[in-house]
Design a protein around this ligand. Structure first.
Ligand code: GUN
Ligand code: FE
Length: 430
């Protein structure tokens, strides 16, 4: 049943800086598409069933545009290490385990059940190099109804032998196998990062991307040692992002002039030239504040990225990040932006709560029309029961939402979750 109406206190971003608040109102969904928010139900929708959530908050779905599903088992550990050592000691050893299908089944099941319960409605996910395990993850995710992009990771250098591929044949076979197989889950080209990929591999990924018209995700300018390593590995690049761009994996096809969606995670050390190219090519930055704190990476210049026209979304970067909660990513983004202004750049205005909420609900435009309860938008929604917060005096719905994001952890209060008008999680049915 994709025709229904949600009643409650509705909050969404009117613009990047401003929240639209409609208390005790009706959000109408027809065939998975939003028809708008109304104070009283318009005649033409009067026969739609109403789900009455009076007193609850109703907001658009939140997104996670950068995370590593195979790293879920160890998140919350290894946080004393910086990126390159952390990869060798935590990430790679865990990812090696996914050659074992029984292990992958167990670990990915646990991950997927947490995804269902979280506030995430759409996500962009790294898997591992293993095609069997990656397909298993895609099978599981597709069934959830969440909209997900899943990348079989590509890597052919500077990696443990069991994670080092000879070529892109496995990826090609996998893409062939899964063509047309899923309704909600889609492939995405995923070179791990420049230190893990030879020129040959990047060129091959560029060809595969073109022939299947796929988006791209990777990592960019996360850590000072990583950045230095890239400048040694690709001496003819002027900046890190150029090392992707040389192979047409940075939002723009040099040969054909085609544009394609690209997400680059972190961008903590992106300089002016890199930011300029991201803006020109429409490359989306995935800001992952929890990960950047845990691995001591630093703080991404989010205000500067936004002012330069770079679209920004938020990511948990599990397992360098330790929580799947997209509300936590929102509040972390606000908090680190305050430190950034105080410690690094006095002119960089901190993100407001409304701005960080916008980043999460709009995902840098990666998923198209989401994030608003306006006519024609895809109907992704969360129903939040914040009654446990018991304020001493009445608060506006906007204040309640901010408080919910800061105070409610572990998915507490998530009552219902909808993606494309389908219920993907109902608290009382589990
Ligand atoms: N850079 C390359 N691989 C990874 C990874 O798995 N996590 C993070 N945070 N950065 C990376
Ligand atoms: Fe990552």
């Amino acid at each position: 049943m994709d025709n229904f109406i949600l009643k409650g206190d509705i909050v969404f971003s009117k613009s990047m800086t401003e929240l639209e608040i409609s208390e005790s109102s009706f959000a109408v969904c027809e065939n998975g598409i939003c028809k708008g928010v109304f104070k009283t139900i318009p005649e033409k929708f009067s026969y739609f069933p109403v789900k009455d959530h009076t007193g609850c908050l109703i907001i658009p779905g939140l997104t996670d545009i950068h995370l590593h599903a195979p790293q879920f088992p160890f998140c919350g550990t290894g946080t004393d290490l910086e990126l390159l050592e952390w990869l060798e000691r935590c990430a790679f050893p865990e990812e090696e385990k996914y050659s074992d299908e029984a292990y992958a089944q167990k670990a990915y099941s646990a991950f997927v059940s947490e995804m269902i319960k979280s506030g995430i409605t759409r996500a962009c996910i790294f898997a591992t190099v293993h095609t069997k395990a990656t397909e298993m993850l895609m099978d599981m995710l597709d069934k959830t109804g969440l909209v997900t992009f899943v990348g079989k990771v590509s890597m052919d250098r500077n990696s443990p032998q069991s994670l080092t591929e000879k070529n892109t044949d496995d990826l090609k076979n996998m893409l062939c196998n899964i063509q047309g197989k899923y309704k909600n889950t889609f492939p995405i080209i995923t070179p791990r990062f420049i230190p893990s990929c030879t020129d040959e591999m990047l060129d091959s990924l560029c060809e595969i991307r073109r022939s299947y018209s796929l988006p791209v995700q990777s990592h960019l300018s996360e850590n000072p040692s990583e950045k230095e390593l890239v400048s040694k590995l690709v001496p003819d690049s002027d900046f890190y992002g150029q090392a992707y761009d040389m192979h047409s994996l940075f939002g723009f096809e040099i040969k054909t002039g085609e544009r394609f969606k690209t997400i680059m995670a972190h961008c903590v050390y992106s300089d002016d030239e890199e930011i300029k190219l991201m803006s020109k090519n429409g490359v989306i930055a995935a800001h992952c504040p929890a990960s950047n704190i845990n691995l001591r990476s630093g703080i991404a210049p989010v205000r500067k990225l936004l002012q330069s026209g770079v679209p920004v979304g938020l990511g948990s970067d599990i397992g360098a990040g330790h929580t799947l909660s997209p509300f936590r990513a929102v509040t972390d983004a606000v908090q680190v932006s305050k430190l950034y202004q105080r410690l690094k750049d006095h002119d960089a205005r901190p993100l407001t709560f409304a701005e960080a909420f916008y980043l999460s609900t709009h995902a840098g435009g990666f998923f198209g029309n989401i994030g608003k309860f306006c006519d024609g938008y895809m109907f992704d929604a969360l129903v939040l029961d914040d009654s446990a917060s018991r304020p001493l005096y009445p608060m506006t719905a906007a204040e309640r939402l901010e408080r919910y994001a800061y105070l409610f952890t572990d998915n507490k209060g998530i009552k219902e979750k909808y993606v494309n008008g389908k219920a993907v999680y109902l608290q009382n049915s589990v």
